[in-house]
Write a protein that binds this ligand. Structure first.
Ligand SMILES: C[C@@H]1N[C@@H](C#Cc2ccccc2)[C@H](O)[C@@H]1O
Length: 450
């Protein structure tokens, strides 16, 4: 191994109670909200073709060329009179989300809390009140844990640099920026002590990557101040500039935080690690975009399949919502949340607190496991209505009883005559009158294989 001063702090998964709680979530909600919700992906009548929350950064092409005079003054009109954190939290609860990741500050640097380290905050808007506090309190009241999204990139701060500083002047400015960043993170932990973790973003700049010593110390300090704090692999790089996995290929942080708008194709890709997948409902819009008609919008069915793909491989799926400039979650998102919640409410036993089942993925859908219960969530029901389970002979457990929605199903062990086959086969017979209209969970009570 390569000797490292600023590599991974741990080998293997974190197994304290806070991390076990994180592992049990299954489904989370992401919310991206800020002044970018005011233009909603459009500028001076033109549609901007990137992600709405990035509109400030792409001068021209339907985005503000003179962003300092225009975009950076939007906060003076930010007055989300429809904002109701309790309403958001109730909707998230009904969707079945167990945690929320909420944008305290995105790349534009606008703070949704009254930070004392900058004037570019909610305090100096017509709205004035602390958005982050209202969200944390409302979601916690619904039993939903809150994680704080924090962008290291801060286009508003004079000391922010993308490229590593080369001049004395830039180095001094960047030192100010580092201190400012640390101050804001300590401020967030102090103001919102129930937060369970940070979800860091905007950490790909060379200026930040070159700060291995500073970021390593900062991560340690945050954890010391806030025992149990959960931080993903995106926060920092090691002294060789390696991100997510250090120079010895060891995961940095508490879980793999790289699955943004993509999912691992198979278990061996994530190989037992903890990870999250953060997912937009349109192809690539995190902040509010007023136009949802020009691209595909994922359905609740799409998202339920992604959810089972994630949890079947020890991941959490975090679905993003982008409230508009007045604080409304758009009706389309509300409908998806409601439809998904209806399905999750009847499938939760296969989702919450489950883990990878240690079996090859079945064609019918996804296996998850919890103790002696194996769950098969069926998305693809076979025409012959026989679910043939292939259980390796050396699998610790074998099926004892199979139920669907509490009703017992006939299960027969069959001999396929392929005696060198490493599997034992069990046929689960679905009754003729069993014709579900949605994916469903088969519960397979297992017993120790003799
Ligand atoms: C969680 C997501 N990460 C942010 C990003 C990005 C990004 C930056 C450069 C190239 C491709 C994507 C998005 O704005 C959103 O916050």
């Amino acid at each position: 191994t390569i000797p490292l001063k600023y590599g991974a702090h741990r080998t293997g998964n974190r197994n304290d109670a806070e991390m076990e709680r994180w592992r049990d979530y299954g489904l989370g909600q992401f919310i991206h909200w800020g002044v970018y919700a005011i233009p909603g992906g459009h500028w001076e009548g033109k549609s901007y073709n990137g992600a709405a929350e990035w509109i400030r950064s792409w001068g021209g092409n339907g985005a503000p060329a003179n962003w300092k005079e225009t975009y950076d003054n939007l906060y003076k009109q930010f007055n989300p009179t429809d904002f109701d954190a309790k309403k958001w939290a109730k909707q998230a609860k009904a969707m079945g989300a167990k945690y929320l990741i909420f944008t305290t500050k995105h790349h534009d640097g606008f703070c949704l809390w009254p930070s004392k380290y900058t004037e570019y905050t909610i305090k100096n808007t017509p709205y004035k009140k602390d958005i982050v506090k209202q969200v944390v309190d409302a979601y916690n009241a619904e039993g939903i844990d809150v994680y704080l999204y924090f962008s290291i990139i801060d286009w508003n701060h004079p000391g922010y640099r993308s490229a590593a500083p080369k001049t004395e002047k830039d180095s001094l400015a960047y030192e100010d920026f580092k201190q400012f960043t640390k101050n804001q993170l300590l401020e967030l932990l102090e103001r919102y002590p129930t937060t369970k973790g940070f979800w860091f973003d905007g950490t790909w700049d060379q200026a930040w990557i070159k700060q291995a010593g500073f970021t390593d110390a900062l991560e340690k300090e945050l954890r010391k101040i806030h025992p149990g704090l959960i931080i993903g692999s995106r926060f920092r790089a090691d002294e060789n500039g390696k991100r997510h996995f250090d120079s010895n290929n060891k995961l940095m942080g508490d879980y793999e935080q790289g699955w943004e708008r993509k999912l691992p194709a198979s278990y061996d890709v994530v190989a037992g690690r903890d990870w999250d997948c953060v997912m937009t409902i349109p192809p690539n819009q995190w902040g509010y975009n007023s136009d949802w008609k020009s691209s595909y919008v994922k359905t609740a069915s799409d998202l339920s399949q992604m959810l089972m793909q994630a949890v079947s491989m020890n991941g959490n799926l975090v679905i993003n919502f982008g409230p508009d400039g007045k604080g409304n979650i758009r009706p389309e998102e509300g409908n998806i949340a409601q439809q998904l919640g209806q399905w999750v409410s009847q499938s939760g036993e296969a989702i919450y607190g489950t883990r990878y089942a240690g079996l090859p993925k079945p064609d019918y859908g996804y296996y998850t496991k919890k103790g002696q219960q194996l769950f098969l969530t069926v998305f693809n029901q076979p025409v012959n209505k026989v679910l043939r389970l292939a259980i390796p002979r050396d699998y610790a457990d074998e099926p004892k009883q199979v139920t669907v929605a509490g009703k017992k199903l006939e299960v027969k062990r069959i001999d396929m005559g392929m005696d060198r086959d490493k599997n034992l086969y069990y046929d689960v017979i679905l009754p003729n009158d069993f014709n579900p209209k949605q994916p469903y969970v088969i519960t397979i009570d297992m017993e120790k294989a003799n």
